[in-house]
Design a protein around this ligand. Structure first.
Ligand code: NAP
Length: 298
């Protein structure tokens, strides 16, 4: 039986679809909840730590407590739901679970429950060039789930975004400490995306449309330009050190022997920094505005 934490609002079945947002406590999920509510949908959020949703309680219609790696907690979470959106995945969590446990099996458990409950559409967030990252645990876990989704019989969309603004904040943090360390030459390009811009594409996908969507933000920059922007916003002279890619790959091999999960993450970031990560652009949030907002907060 699902644990209903919050559920005060009745559904007006004539007016709106019912959406389950899994991952609502995360960076992207929060923006997706806000975008769906702005469009008038009835939204249930799934969270393993519902207290993290306190700031959204005024807008959410229901909150259920569940841990996707424990199928017994998922009973009934999809009851009455039309569309499931999942941005569940491991990013910085350090709770001992693996990419296979969460990104693959956790989402698969949710998909199984969704099918049994008669959900007709499932939107899932993988990563840009996910198919090319199958040699990494993180890429394989995402893409093996995508394979399950494709044969599920449900209507589906796989979103493949570039890097999020949440991760770009780390460059600003390094600049605050007077030196930005970049992997490789810094000449590879990226068009990172703000969660609010990506949430618009996610909500469009929830409403229907293409089965696979590559998406990035409005500005394409090299990593050197991103670092220079961070220093500029802080009003500091730019100090950038490039770590040679060959050195990083040697470190990755060593770390993998000691801690496969951390080694895999490091391999993922090294790949992202040493290839162009540029997808069709959307949105209007600039990295400069994001950095200025972060800089003004401290
Ligand atoms: N960050 C990027 O630049 C980037 C780029 C492309 C694609 N992506 C992918 O986009 C997805 C969302 O990213 P994000 O930055 O929004 O991640 P995030 O902030 O870490 O959010 C992940 C969400 O998954 C939930 N979760 C993790 N393990 C769970 C479990 N065992 N049971 C239930 N919920 C669990 C988290 O809940 P808790 O709050 O309880 O941990 C959180 O709500 C991820 O799959 C990521 O790989 C990220």
């Amino acid at each position: 039986m699902r644990t209903l934490i919050y559920g005060s609002k009745k559904h007006d079945g004539e007016r709106s679809k019912r959406i389950l947002v899994a991952g609502a406590t995360g960076y992207l999920g929060k923006f997706v909840v806000e975008e769906l509510k702005a469009r008038g949908y009835w939204v249930r959020a799934l969270a393993r730590s519902p207290r993290k949703l306190d700031h959204l309680l005024g807008s959410l219609d229901e909150v259920v407590k569940a841990e996707v790696t424990q199928p017994e907690t998922l009973d009934h979470v999809c009851d009455g739901i039309d569309v499931v959106f999942s941005s569940i995945g491991i990013t910085k969590q350090r709770d001992g679970l693996t990419f296979r446990d969460v990104d693959y099996q956790g989402n698969k458990n949710l998909l199984d429950v969704a099918r049994r409950a008669g959900v007709w559409r499932f939107a899932y967030v993988s990563a840009f060039n996910g198919q090319g990252l199958r040699h990494l645990d993180i890429g394989a876990a995402h893409e093996d789930f995508v394979d399950e989704l494709k044969v599920s019989g449900l209507e589906y969309t796989v979103l493949r975004p570039t890097g999020y603004f949440s991760d770009m904040g780390e460059i600003l943090e390094m600049a605050r400490k007077n030196r930005v360390w970049l992997i490789g030459s810094g000449k590879h390009r990226v068009n990172p995306i703000h969660g609010a811009d990506l949430a618009v594409t996610c909500a469009d996908a929830i409403e229907g449309g293409d089965t696979e969507i590559n998406v990035g933000g409005p500005q394409t920059m090299t990593w050197n330009e991103v670092a220079a922007l961070a220093f500029d916003v802080l009003g500091k002279p730019a100090k950038i050190t490039h770590i040679p890619a060959w050195f990083m790959w040697s470190v990755v091999r060593l770390i993998r022997l000691l801690n496969r999960h951390q080694g895999d993450l490091m391999a993922f970031f090294t790949t992202m920094a040493t290839t162009d990560v540029v997808a069709p652009a959307t949105g209007d949030h600039t990295l400069e505005a994001h950095y200025r907002s972060l800089a003004s907060r401290s």
